[in-house]
Design a protein around this ligand. Structure first.
Ligand code: NAP
Length: 536
């Protein structure tokens, strides 16, 4: 006896992609249930409440573009909004479209199993309840699985300890406390510069320095607010024309074809401007040509030397094993000046890993440190981590985790061969993984909504990509990646996370061919009756 469907579609996750997908599918008349582990909407912005959390995209380029009402009603207070404001914004959107009625909170998904005979998915929550749906859409986010460091003794510490990605909802104070921060990625940098404002004593444990650049944030005054609201069409048109969905796009010139003076002046200008211009709006060859990259790397190294008073500390803060922009560039506000404070120490642990966490602090390089608080800014099991922690099984009971053991394989980062009727928003090898993410989320979600319209019109029960289409896309992803200096460096882009077993070999988790090329490919696939997919 076949069991009837509970819903047409189950969506896992109520972050920015799950929220918008729910809204569009509901409008098309599908019955949808969203399962969300948190107690509220917002995904990244719900979980990452760590001190100083804010985005590095211009606020008005980050919001949803699909609703003129939302655009006109919402006022961003700063050019680069902080986490509480972004979460308020997403709550506002959820209220506006009455999204919560179809979202089940405190509902962490444990498994999703495909029923081959019935063409449907059985999604089981940690509480044991199972929901049957024709389609499954994962909206689990690329940076949603916090990774604790593989250091012995973490459970022994008797003081306060927090991972930035699961920061408590209650206020955490630092005044008068001895605080350790482990990790100096984009999250660590934001945390350190904020904690340093009030802390008693701060010790930063740094394994790899990054090239950080100034954010240059500022409030938005009334005049500017009105101008922003009058120019949303141009703002989004600009974002949609650039490689990665930001307002900034590569300069048409090549770094080595301009004079030294012109190059230096350009770098100085970019360093003095707000946002990602220095990364996304730099000379077009800095990501592909080592000599070109060396020029901007040297420029930022010198900035660090100028800003940090103690030359030995400055040298510790300068990266030596990769070039500028080949890992995610953290944007900062007074980060380097933190190391000029008397109550801040930097411990370089590159060649001297932390031996163990103890009841009162940690041991490193034969020295015992005592702390009241340890903050783990140690990042995420990126992109595939959100999938790995759910037991997802496709045809013949094959586990997705097993299929992806040598690195992910997908078609357009949106579907996986052997896993019919499952769509992966912002999945691995999807352009949304290297993007001003809401811009690419909207593309993903709208493309999936169009597909569902087609599915409805043609009474389709099953959709799956062919192995050939998946192989060709995966090869293309690696081919594009191989031209970039990114893929020569250890980072979450290349799937390296030595805190997690099996993640010590470089792959490539992103699609780096650019959002416009990706959009065109997806549109062509749709226009050709979903070429590369088998629809039954
Ligand atoms: P991350 O870039 O992966 O950085 C993790 C840090 O922890 C690194 O410094 C890493 O050192 C260190 N670490 C990890 N394990 C360690 C260990 N066992 N011992 C010592 N140190 C260890 O993670 P993240 O900073 O959370 O950032 C992840 C991504 O989130 C960013 O790249 C960005 O895309 C996004 N993000 C965005 C914003 C924003 O929009 N403003 C803010 C924060 C984060 P190694 O480098 O040596 O591995």
């Amino acid at each position: 006896m076949s069991k009837p469907h509970d819903y047409d579609v189950v969506i896992i996750g109520a972050g920015m992609s799950g929220m918008y997908q729910l809204h569009l599918l509901r409008k098309l008349g599908f019955s949808v249930r969203v399962f969300e582990a948190g107690t509220g909407v917002g995904g990244t912005w719900y979980w990452n409440r760590y001190p100083g959390a804010r985005f590095d995209s211009e606020s008005y380029s980050y919001g949803y573009s699909f609703s003129e009402e939302v655009l006109q009603e919402w006022d961003w207070s700063e050019h680069f909004a902080a986490q509480p404001e972004t979460l308020r914004y997403l709550d506002f959107v959820a209220d506006k479209f009455d999204l919560r009625t179809d979202i089940q909170f405190r509902a962490r998904v444990a498994s999703a199993i495909f029923d081959d005979g019935e063409n449907c998915w059985d999604t089981t929550l940690e509480d044991g309840t199972t929901t049957r749906s024709r389609f499954l859409i994962t909206a689990v986010g690329p940076l949603s699985t916090p990774a604790m460091p593989a250091i012995p003794g973490i459970e022994d510490f008797r003081g306060e300890s927090y991972h930035t990605g699961t920061w408590p909802h209650e206020d955490v104070g630092f005044a008068g406390k001895r605080v350790a921060v482990i990790g100096t990625g984009a999250t660590g940098v934001q945390t350190i510069q904020e904690v340093a404002k009030t802390v008693g004593q701060l010790t930063v444990f740094q394994r790899s320095p990054n090239y950080c650049a100034p954010l240059h944030n500022s409030p938005i005054d009334d005049d500017t607010q009105a101008k922003i609201k009058a120019s949303y069409d141009e703002i989004f048109a600009q974002c949609n024309s650039t490689h990665s969905g930001f307002l900034h796009d590569a300069d048409p010139r090549f770094a080595l074809q301009v004079s030294d003076q012109e190059r230096e002046a350009f770098y100085e200008q970019r360093y003095g401007e707000p946002g990602f211009g220095i990364w996304m709006g730099n000379f077009r060859d800095i990501f592909v040509d080592q000599d070109a990259n060396d020029t901007i790397s040297e420029f930022v190294k010198n900035k660090i030397r100028q800003r940090v008073k103690d030359p030995a500390t400055a040298e510790k803060l300068i990266p030596h094993n990769h070039g500028f922009g080949t890992r995610r560039v953290p944007l900062e506000t007074g980060y380097y000046e933190v190391y000029n404070q008397d109550n801040v120490d930097l411990v370089d642990i590159k060649d001297m890993p932390i031996d163990r966490i103890t009841a009162t602090g940690l041991e490193c390089g034969g020295k015992a440190y005592e702390f009241d608080m340890i903050i783990y800014a140690t990042g995420f099991d990126a992109v595939t981590g959100g999938f790995d922690k759910i037991d997802i099984r496709g045809l013949g009971g094959r586990r997705l985790k097993d299929k992806w053991v040598g690195g992910p394989r997908t078609y357009l980062g949106l579907q996986v061969e052997g896993f019919p009727n499952m769509l992966t928003l912002v999945g691995p090898h999807n352009a949304a993984t290297f993007c001003n993410i809401p811009r690419c989320i909207e593309q993903n979600v709208e493309w999936v909504a169009e597909l569902f319209d087609y599915i409805k019109a043609h009474d389709i029960k099953r959709i799956a990509p062919t192995l050939e289409a998946e192989d060709a896309w995966t090869e293309h992803v690696y081919d594009v990646g191989s031209k970039l200096l990114f893929t020569k460096v250890d980072s979450w882009f290349t799937g390296i996370n030595r805190n997690i077993e099996g993640k010590d070999k470089r792959t490539f988790l992103l699609y780096a061919g650019g959002a416009p090329a990706y959009r065109e490919k997806c549109d062509n696939v749709a226009a050709n009756n979903y070429e590369g997919f088998v629809l039954q």
